[in-house]
Ligand binder design. Sequence first.
Ligand SMILES: [Zn+2]
Length: 152
Amino acid sequence: MGTTKSLCLLIGKFKSSVCMDTVSKQKRSEIMSRIKSRDSKIETLFRKELWKHGFRYRKNVGKYFGKPDIVLKKHKVVIFIDSCFWHGCKKHCRIPSVRKVYWTQKIARNAKRDKEVSKHYKKLGWQIFRVWEHELLKSFDNTTKNIIECFK
Ligand SMILES: [Zn+2]
C-alpha cells in the first residue's frame, strides 16, 4: 500500500513537471512565432530585391557554417539578416519578462555565435554581410542598395 501511494505521488509529481514544462514551452513558441513571422517578411522582401537585380542565391543552407540566410556562392558572399530580438540589437532587443534568465542567456549565446561565424567566413576569404532587421525596416531601399553595391 505504502509503495503504491508513493509511486502515485512520484507519477503525480512527474506529470505536473511535464505539464509545467509544456506550458512554458508553449509560451516560448508563442513568443517565437510572433517574432519569427515578422522577420521572415522583411527577409523575403530582401531576397526578392536581390533576385530582381539578377542575383541567384540559395537560402538557409544548412551545410554552410552558421546557416546564412542567403548564400551567393558565385560572389563568395554570405548574408545574415539579424533580427533585433534574436541577435540582441542594442536598440530594440527587449527581453520578455517571462523566463527572463532563459532569454538573456540565449541571446547572449547567439551574439557570441555570430562573432564566431563572422570570423569563419573572413578566414575563408568570403564577404559576410550582417544586416540588422531594423535597418531594413527603416530604410529598405537604401540598405538593400548599399549591400548590392558592395558585391556587384
Ligand atoms: Zn534593432
